[in-house]
Design a protein around this ligand. Structure first.
Ligand code: GRF
Length: 265
């Protein structure tokens, strides 16, 4: 792409990755600009970082949406185009053997929040949406409305572990507690599962006997601040291609996965 890409960001916390992305845009390591920052938490420190950089912000307060949904079922707030069966079939967070009430609660309450998110994002057209410490799982309701062209995913996430190991909320903690000798971080596209989408880039660090959870978090974050801008720049250069690949698992089962190939510009 010859012009700067427009980057939307969603955050939940301090926004150190957001700051790294803003800095990389400023120094032209990323040919892009951050056009909005949204958060699920009104107290997210990253919102202040965005405002200092004169980037428009908004909040969709997930906690209060979920609380209200528990109280009144939220029927009136459900988006008109919500289709539970379609979403349940697509998502991979819950299986048919899980308590159906759990999947229902999750998909109903998140669709209400996600419709608000989409609404808040509407004034800011964007090419790429980056999740920068956004601690909420997105459902197919949101994903399909952002990935209009299914062959060109455009929601990226950074995860604090070497996926597919240690998906979930505490990647560095889980890596440390498992006794791993190597840890790392992963940038991937979002798909319908938890941290399961096509991997774009990974960076690893050694874990020494004297390391603690805190010290490996510091090592990991330093790598995140390099890796995320690099992957975003690959997107800006049009160098990320996704391809469908068929292969046989040990045991014989055939699977098809979408994988990323980095191509020359
Ligand atoms: C990072 O480790 C990121 O990978 C995870 O949240 C942590 C905090 O990110 N998803 P930030 O400082 O808010 O960018």
């Amino acid at each position: 792409m010859d012009k700067k890409i427009r980057i939307g960001a969603l955050i939940s916390g301090g926004g150190s990755n957001l700051q790294a992305i803003i800095d990389a845009c400023r120094s032209s390591k990323i040919e892009g600009q951050v056009v909005f920052v949204g958060s699920d938490d009104p107290d997210a420190g990253g919102l202040t970082k965005a405002r200092k950089n004169k980037i428009p912000t908004f909040v969709v307060d997930y906690k209060s949406i979920i609380r209200n949904f528990k109280k009144d079922g939220g029927g009136t707030l459900l988006p008109n185009d919500f289709d539970f069966d379609e979403l349940f079939t697509k998502q991979t967070f819950f299986s048919d053997t899980d308590d159906p009430a759990k999947g229902q609660f999750f998909l109903f309450s998140r669709a209400i929040a996600e419709a608000e998110l989409l609404n808040a994002m509407e004034p800011y057209p964007f090419d790429l949406l980056v999740l920068a410490g956004f601690m909420r799982n997105l459902t197919p309701y949101f994903i399909d409305r952002v990935n209009i062209d299914r062959t060109r995913p455009r929601i990226m996430n950074i995860h604090p572990a070497l996926l597919p190991a240690f998906a979930g909320l505490d990647g560095y903690g889980d890596t440390f507690r498992y006794g791993c000798k190597v840890g790392g971080c992963t940038v991937h596209f979002i798909d319908y599962g938890e941290d399961t989408g096509p991997i774009i880039g990974q960076r690893a660090f050694q874990i020494q006997p004297e390391d603690t959870i805190d010290s490996i978090r510091i090592k990991g974050l330093k790598l995140e601040w390099e890796l995320y801008p690099e992957c975003i720049q690959l997107f800006a250069e049009g160098r990320i291609k996704t391809v469908r690949r068929n292969f046989k698992l040990t045991g014989g089962k055939n699977v098809t996965r979408t994988v990323v190939q980095i191509v020359d510009s």
